[in-house]
Design a protein around this ligand. Structure first.
Ligand SMILES: *Cc1c(COP(=O)(O)O)cnc(C)c1O
Length: 375
């Protein structure tokens, strides 16, 4: 045997991969343009937290840069550091989770703008500003009714009474987040909007941001100065119950690793939860719950538009399909079946799994060959 060093690539190549995730960057750009058109002149950021909803934050952000998007939101400080390294110094990057105690210097070093969610965070940022002799940029988030993150109304009122607490801080954005934006008929939306208007006026004057993807579709009063869509960019329907106004972005295909015939009465998969009622043609594909396809979710794959139902349980690395709807021999080892795509849209996949497109995308695993197209 010759000595050799094997270099493991960052991801499997197409031939070695069990599944292929295709991400259409031109569709992301078109979705951004569609949102911009609705916003009618209002600025639009890109939310790329959770690694760009599982699709690659740096790749997505670079595509959006080509549409002149210059503002991005991440959740974690570390996501901001990765994004800064990928994008360079120019774009504005806000960190939604704000400042964890002790992380202030790191945020400053990567030129990230923390979304200040409490008066404690404000004090820590101000202390750093004083120590460095600098004016530090910040966004301030108020809680206008979601009760998740942001300064409570009493905190905002206390700050308003003592403006010196903003000394050394340049407030670049005042923001809040809607709890029910995807349900336009809910009274909570208008109540939150009015509460946000009341609270933001107590804070230093700055551009204002309220709407996520669905918020954009609530209309002009929700647009303010900067919209913050994530989901809609990635093709998730921001108007549930109505036709999806966005283009699909993601296709997920898995490879057939074996096909065979089984006899009537044969048990299939862990626990034999399925038994063939007659002779059955089946295929096993190289994708399972370790790839983000939840075990509790029975569903189907598609080949040439033909539905191939899952049979038995979803395994860690594989799923078994009933392929009897296809002609004998039509599906072969190495063929790709569609899990998410034109025959099986993301929002349908999510519905069947009892969840939302957001969770399907952010659950996608790391063993796929990721193919970016339209870059
Ligand atoms: C995730 C998030 C967004 C983006 O929401 P989408 O529904 O994905 O458009 C905007 N703002 C905040 C504060 C968020 O947490």
């Amino acid at each position: 045997m010759t000595k050799s060093t094997i270099h493991a690539p960052a991801q499997p190549d197409e031939a070695a991969a069990g599944a292929i995730l295709t991400i259409d960057l031109s569709a992301i750009r078109e979705n951004y343009r569609r949102l911009k058109a609705r916003l009618d002149g209002v600025a639009c950021a890109g939310v790329v937290k959770a690694d760009g909803y599982g699709l690659g934050a740096v790749e997505v952000a670079k595509a959006l840069r080509k549409e002149d998007c210059d503002t991005f939101f991440v959740a974690h400080l570390w996501e901001g550091i990765v994004l800064r390294a990928g994008l360079g110094s120019e774009p504005t990057i806000f960190v939604l989770h704000g400042l964890l105690p002790g992380s202030e210097e790191e945020a400053l070093d990567a030129a990230l703008i923390p979304v200040i969610n409490s008066s404690g965070q404000l004090a820590a940022w101000r202390k750093l500003a004083q120590r460095k002799g600098l004016t530090l940029l910040a966004a301030v988030q108020v809680d206008s009714g979601m009760s998740r993150l942001g300064m409570a109304p009493v905190e905002v009122e206390a700050l308003a009474a003592d403006p010196s607490r903003f000394d050394g801080i340049d407030v670049r954005l005042v923001m809040s987040h809607l709890a029910c934006a995807d349900e336009p008929e809910r009274d909570a939306n208008e109540a939150e909007r009015l509460e946000f208007e009341r609270l933001r006026k107590m804070l230093p004057p700055a551009p204002v941001s309220f709407a996520n993807s669905s918020g954009i579709f609530l209309g002009k009063p929700y647009h303010h100065d900067l919209a913050r869509p994530g989901a809609a960019l990635y093709g998730i329907n921001p108007t549930p119950g109505h036709k999806n106004p966005m283009l699909p972005v993601v296709t997920l295909e898995a490879k057939v690793i074996q096909t065979r015939q089984i006899d009537a009465g044969t048990g299939v998969g862990y626990g034999h939860t399925f038994h063939a009622t007659g002779p059955l043609a089946m295929a096993t594909i190289a994708l399972g719950y370790a790839d983000g396809w939840h075990r509790r979710t029975s569903a189907a794959a598609f080949f040439d538009g033909v539905e191939l139902p899952f049979i038995g349980r979803v395994s860690m690395d594989s799923i078994i399909l009933d392929i009897s709807a296809l002609p004998d021999g039509r599906l072969k080892e190495g063929d790709l079946v569609e899990l998410i795509g034109p025959s099986h849209p993301l929002d349908t996949v999510a519905d069947v799994a009892g969840t939302i497109g957001y969770e399907v995308l952010t659950s996608l695993g790391h063993r796929f060959h990721r193919r970016y197209i339209g870059g």
